[in-house]
Design a protein around this ligand. Sequence first.
Ligand SMILES: [Zn+2]
Length: 390
Amino acid sequence: MNRLTADELEDIKQRNPISDVAAGYTKLRRSGGKLLGPCPVCGGRVSSGRFEVFEKDQSWACYAFCSTGGDVISLVQHVESCDFRVAIERLGGRVEIDAARQREIFEERERKRLAQEKNSADYREAERKRLFRAWKGAVPIHGTVAAAYLEGRGLVLPDRCPGLRFLPSRAYFHGDEIDERGKKMPREIHKGPAMLGAFIRPDGKFGGLHMTWLTSLGDVVTKAEIVDPDSGEILPAKKMRGSKTGAYIAIVLLEEPRRLVIGEGIETVLSVYTAMHQAGRDLDDMAFWAAGDLGNLAGRANKTIAHPTLKRPNGQPQRVPDRFPDPDDPGLKIPDSVEELVLLGDGDSEPFLTECAMERAARRYGREGRSIRIAFAPAGLDFNDVLRAA
Ligand SMILES: [Zn+2]
């Protein structure tokens, strides 16, 4: 037999998932991210979990008497005590690979490589640092295109707004493309000015970015219309990247606020700030945060419950997070100094889902000596609509 090419080898492995091949030799049970069972060679027991199969990287290992491991081909060699050539034959042998199959093999390998990279904590930390560099490279928001965008929506920016900045040019990625070295890379489909919001983690560190791409036509600044070049579909002008769990964007940041207003979106929170500012209210002891989304504002639920009316395509009720918090998730870290907490629910979000989330947040953040108020924008509107109609 001639030497197998890398693609032929990959083809054999892809046609023979290690979990299927191993299941033909021994009885396996799933445990966490791996499969366990007695070793088909040395009999290492189930209870000791000594024979393990990892689907994630298509490998196996026996930690009992064999003390060895490898890929699906080495598994066949080991169990059937045969050589490489025979193992290949057992796995269906070499098959002619045409251009289409070659493409598939490549895609599959790239997909796995990217998935592994994304899963790793290293990757997340590297992304956080990349986002932080973008944040450091951005300028304060006042007097920029981003400020003009907010002003155009009738919003007033606080004199100090540490959580928002402006970047004159930021790339927007969507889907993948293959670069000249044959590596799969994110595809840049748009580049332009963007408003950035920084997520601050509970430990006080930078966690990630909220990005809104903008476009200006004369004096008028609006959200950018970004179109998928393949499907023609209009893509969201906003993206959140990095980790936002338990993190918030500081619209108004105070060391020890007595009052705190928290909403989902940047514009929502600014709308309420603007309304209070224009009404001449004293805001000296009041902080304003944007949580990014409802789930992050309210924190994890202890379980899901059936939606009273919404159904899934199969006729079953839609499940939504419950009104009670999961005690293991602290949610946002509300400063001890806060005596008055105002939670903003947008009227343009699904009402039942929003109601549950607001109740959950109220239970989670409630404590002796703290009042919690839930403010809902009128049905079908967000606070910015209300402000613009005023
Ligand atoms: Zn063994």
